[in-house]
Design a binder for this molecule. Structure first.
Ligand SMILES: [Zn+2]
Length: 332
């Protein structure tokens, strides 16, 4: 199958479908709700219903612009698209995140989007999909990245919070607005710890609740009332908390916390190396379970990870992204 790597996304010209196109286009698959994937006012978007729900929340429509047509594709469902069969599979990244299997003229192509292999703290677990060609990300595609599994991450989150509270300090967890933030809140709430949540994270909690995840006892964050509570905030808010002079102790929950220099970069006392992306060993395991004939590495440590795969006998490459999409211009 022809695959074109463009600055704004990946294009499959034979079936006129984009993958995670960030610029307005005719039709795109959206792998998950993070803002570097779920954006742009397109003619039609295909994704899981959770992803479409988040995409709609993010959508800013110019005046007189009509809302994109949205076609939900749930895990395990197949839909026909311009002679191809499209099937969604879970990706363990954030709620609703999906891989896309595209079957076209006897070839099976899988686009992972952002993915990890192990089960997430909250969300669906990846199913490796055997394929001929695998387009995979490599955010943590170097051997130095070894991340915690979900149970160990949850235990470290809860013990840090309890220790701080017992010592009269306020534990603050810095997480991304969508995904990590809700995971940390849900873990703390399930452990019975009252948790105050920054608005940028709180606004996505109802979507997780709709999918069955509990957040008993969470509260909106209020600067005047933090005593006896754990805080979950976004990185930009962490700085103002630090400057507030209160007895706040920070934990940094991130894949980047696998490296010692994360302590000085984040200013956090506790590093908890947990991510919604696969670590190095998981990426290798995923490749081995998919058994592709060809691998395209598209995000993160693309060149070194492709070389590592080549050294292990895989046909792997790190395609360069073109700055402009010539086919679209030709259609002009
Ligand atoms: Zn993502």
């Amino acid at each position: 199958m022809q695959v074109e790597y463009c600055a704004s996304g990946i294009f499959l010209p034979e079936i006129e479908l984009w993958l995670d196109n960030t610029e307005p286009c005719g039709a795109t698959w959206i792998s998950h709700g993070h803002s570097d994937h779920a954006r742009g006012c397109h003619g039609l978007v295909i994704g899981t219903s959770a992803t479409l729900r988040i995409y709609r929340m993010r959508l800013w429509l110019p005046e007189n612009e009509k809302e994109p047509e949205m076609r939900p594709l749930e895990f395990g469902e197949t839909t026909e698209w311009h002679g191809a069969a499209l099937t969604a599979y879970p990706a363990s990244h954030i709620l609703g995140a999906a891989q896309l299997l595209i079957e076209f003229r006897g070839e099976r192509l899988v686009y992972t989007g952002d993915i990890k292999l192990r089960p997430p703290l909250r969300g669906e677990q990846t199913e490796p999909v055997p394929c001929d060609r695998l387009i995979i990300e490599s955010t943590f595609g170097l051997p130095v990245y070894r991340l915690l599994d979900r149970d160990e991450a949850a235990a470290q989150i809860v013990s840090f919070a309890r220790n701080c509270l017992e010592e009269g300090a306020t534990p603050a967890f810095v997480g991304y607005a969508l995904g990590r933030g809700q995971e940390i809140v849900s873990v703390l709430c399930d452990a019975g710890i009252t948790t105050a949540v920054h608005g940028a994270i709180a606004k996505f909690i109802p979507i997780y609740q709709e999918h069955g995840y509990g957040f008993p006892g969470w509260e909106p964050y209020e600067a005047r009332s933090t005593a006896g509570k754990a805080l979950v905030v976004v990185p930009s808010h962490g700085n103002s908390l630090e400057a507030s002079g209160k007895n706040v102790r920070f934990a940094y929950v991130s894949g980047w916390a696998a490296l010692d220099n994360a302590r000085s970069r984040s200013g956090a006392e506790r590093l908890i190396p947990y991510s919604d992306h696969a670590d190095f060993a998981e990426l290798l395991s995923l490749v081995e379970q998919c058994r592709p004939k060809r691998i395209d590495v598209v995000h993160g440590y693309t060149v070194p990870f492709a070389r590592i795969l080549q050294a292990r006998g895989w046909d792997a490459a790190a395609p360069q992204r073109a700055s402009a999409h010539t086919s679209i211009e030709a259609e002009g």
